[in-house]
Design a protein around this ligand. Structure first.
Ligand code: MN
Length: 365
């Protein structure tokens, strides 16, 4: 996980995924909420160390007026002698319920039953919520389904879809609400069925992550009131920007600074495209790559489609005559050929030559 960042950033992101548990607990307290449903994938590894296993449990334990309802998902399925058995062995805090079997459970003090659909395998080929259709309960009971999987079949034949959940389950099983997990972005499927999204985002391609839902159900038939809330600490942003001169670079710097009030909690994956002179590439480095990046948690810059376009002045600055200039001109020719690894190398060499010269101009090397 988080293989693209350095170790210190990885530590921050891992800590964020734990501390969001405490933030969820506090938000629940502030809103007089006593039950938090976690729709699967509490863990993203099937064989975590015992300490990693205990960490989320300890974060939840301290909120003793809140019951946390946990469901095994596809990353942490219920297996014989698997991680949930290890959690149980270590001792589950009184305020945590783990639903390892599809057995409906009354919620203490409420006219509500949770119908869990735990996963026992990474891939389940039957709809784990199907049993809910056949659960008989008194009419006045609020039935809430808790499941992990995908409501989309992505064009494949139904037999091959794993962890498929029928989005009409609230109707067929008479559920007041079906809480879904697996998709990292928050998404409303229908008025009785939502993906809450992950409370702390963990990838650039997630739309609408770092969120939770407050769900208020007043009676079995009434439509639930569903309110999205922000819970994530880190903002993950993908940006692309066209560059041709210093003005564009300055604009890009401002654009990055405007991404968030808390730039230190911002991760940006930036793609730059266009053509820059050597002098302007130096400006890009100063303003963005080594500049505003220092304000961010993480900046990744993809320059694959950013090309060197050395001006005559750039080349003249390298050397007005002699063999260094000849080398520069030759490198420019190679760079202009474009496409292959040699031209890539030539562009880098040309830029290096230019930067070395600028350094020596300033009396240091
Ligand atoms: Mn999942």
């Amino acid at each position: 996980m988080f293989g693209f960042v350095d170790k210190s950033v990885m530590g921050l992101l891992q800590e964020a995924r734990l501390s969001v548990i405490s933030r969820l607990g506090k938000l629940a307290q502030e809103n007089d909420i006593c039950h938090i449903l976690v729709a699967g994938d509490v863990y993203d590894l099937e064989h975590p160390s015992q300490r990693l296993l205990n960490q989320p449990m300890e974060r939840m334990r301290v909120f003793d007026n809140i019951t946390w309802h946990l469901l095994p998902g596809n990353h942490d399925p219920q297996r014989p002698n698997g991680l949930w058995d290890r959690v149980r062995k270590a001792g589950v805090p009184d305020n945590i319920e783990i639903y390892s079997e599809p057995i409906p459970q009354h919620v203490d003090g409420l006219p509500m039953v949770i119908l869990p659909a735990p996963l026992h395998h990474k891939r389940t080929l039957h709809d784990p919520t199907e049993y809910m259709n056949n659960v008989d309960l008194p009419e006045e009971t609020i039935r809430v389904g808790l499941a992990h999987g995908s409501i989309a079949k992505f064009g494949t034949s139904a037999e091959n879809v794993s962890n498929y959940i029928d989005p009409t389950r609230p109707e067929t099983a008479n559920l007041s609400y079906l809480a879904l997990g697996d998709w990292h972005g928050q998404k409303k499927i229908n008025s009785r069925c939502w993906y809450s999204g992950t409370p702390e985002n963990d990838a650039f391609n997630v739309v609408n992550g770092g969120k939770a839902l407050i769900v208020e159900i007043n009676s079995p038939d009434a439509l639930p009131n569903v309110t999205p809330i922000d819970t994530g600490k880190y903002t993950w942003v993908r940006l692309s920007h066209q560059l041709k001169d210093q003005e564009d670079i300055d604009l890009l710097e401002r654009k990055i600074r405007n991404q968030s009030d808390e730039l230190d909690c911002c991760l940006i994956r930036l793609t730059v495209e266009g053509e820059l002179s050597l002098e302007d590439q130096d400006h890009l480095r100063n303003k963005v790559v080594d500049g505003v990046s220092a304000a961010l948690c993480h900046l990744e810059v993809n320059q694959e489609n950013l090309f060197s376009n050395p001006t005559k002045e750039d080349i003249d600055q390298i050397d007005v005559g002699g063999f260094v200039r000849e080398a520069a001109v030759r490198l420019k020719e190679l760079a202009d050929n474009g496409g292959d690894s040699r031209s890539e190398l030539a562009r880098e060499a040309l830029l290096r030559l230019y930067l070395e010269l600028k350094k020596s101009e300033h009396g240091f090397s």
